[in-house]
Write a protein that binds this ligand. Sequence first.
Ligand code: ZN
Length: 110
Amino acid sequence: MSEAASGPLSSAGNNVRRNVRRLREQRHWGYRDVEERLARVGRAIPALGLSAIDTGQRHVDVDDLVALAAVFDTGIEELLLPPANCRTCHGAPPPGFRCMECDTSALPAS
Ligand SMILES: [Zn+2]
């Protein structure tokens, strides 16, 4: 794993991580299922790498992003944005709060 792959995740990176996990869990896919589907779209990420993405240890690069969008049949924009279909906060927790369900946090009210 390279140096560039470590360090804190940006909020966009965090959104991707959460969206990928949510989409995977919604489909009841394991890492191996995602790995196989990624290989089919020409972007193999081993299950270990997918697990590292899940925990924020590996950053998703643009090629990963394109492949993940294809695998989950969603748009790249959907992966980058905070989840809007969270039943608890609908993607918009109250200012200053973090949603326990989808891990989206809102900036404190100024
Ligand atoms: Zn939420």
